[in-house]
Design a protein around this ligand. Structure first.
Ligand SMILES: [Fe+2]
Length: 249
């Protein structure tokens, strides 16, 4: 009688590894479109080219993930990633709140993109560590290749910011619409007691960590809410989100 070989049930760690893979796969698929939007909105050729190059790398990273899914014996199935969606949403806010063609926008786009890169670096670094533990050496090699690309992309963005974009943005005047004169008399915060304590010269206090501004219109959009979504599930960009955060501090 023929003996049927049953696949061993995966460990909790392996299931977690698979979930992380699915989430970063979702992120990379959407990131291709996000990087295209960023390239369109950037004003310098160097920054456009940095976004374009990383978009091409992202396509290779997607292929590597698909290979890892194959090695895992599972289909390539994307899973919504709430962390990355929040960062995509921040990217839209940057575009909403900065003037087209300004160095300010380029500097802010770099920050938004670097937040994404750092999230990816953390994810791929963790995935590589998990794959090592699970004994998936081929996956480790693929994940490390992608990790190196993410770090390089991050470095390229830092170099562009430091070379001239941030300096240009620092001397660029903003319009009054972008920077309304704040009504400082009516600003109240929950951290006032801490601020007062600091004023009294006592150090080492929590200077308002977790405090929430009570000025109107500064609340972030609800993570995962429909209006916070930058892209549809099929990867097409959503309509531009209405700016709800005009005040700059
Ligand atoms: Fe990536």
């Amino acid at each position: 009688m023929e003996t049927q070989v049953e696949k061993e049930a995966p460990s909790g760690l392996e299931l977690f590894y698979q979930t992380l893979l699915q989430e970063i796969y979702w992120s990379e698929l959407h990131l291709r479109d996000v990087l295209e939007s960023m390239e369109e909105r950037a004003s310098t050729d160097e920054l456009k080219s940095a976004f374009r190059n990383h978009r091409e790398e992202t396509s290779n990273q997607i292929s590597r993930l698909e290979k890892i899914f194959y090695l895992e014996g599972m289909g390539a199935q994307p899973m919504f990633c709430v962390g990355m969606q929040g960062l995509f949403d921040e990217g839209w806010q940057v575009i909403d709140e900065t003037e087209e063609g300004s160095a300010h926008r380029d500097a802010a786009l770099i920050v938004a993109a670097q937040k994404v890169e750092h999230y990816e670096i953390a994810t791929y670094g963790s995935l590589s560590t998990l794959a090592k533990t699970l004994g998936f050496q081929e996956a480790v090699d693929l994940l490390e290749q992608t990790l190196a690309e993410e770090k390089k992309a991050d470095g390229t963005l830092t170099a562009l910011a430091e070379r001239d974009i941030n300096a240009e943005a620092s001397i660029e005047a903003v319009s009054e619409e972008q920077f309304p004169v704040p009504d400082t008399a009516n600003i109240t915060t929950e951290s006032e007691p801490s601020v007062n304590t600091m004023k009294a010269g006592i150090t080492g206090v929590d200077a308002g960590a977790g405090s929430k501004s009570t000025r109107e219109g500064t609340e972030a959009s609800t993570p995962g809410s429909a209006e916070a979504l930058l892209v549809n599930d099929d990867g097409t960009p959503k309509a531009k989100k209405k700016n709800t955060r005009k005040a700059k501090v």
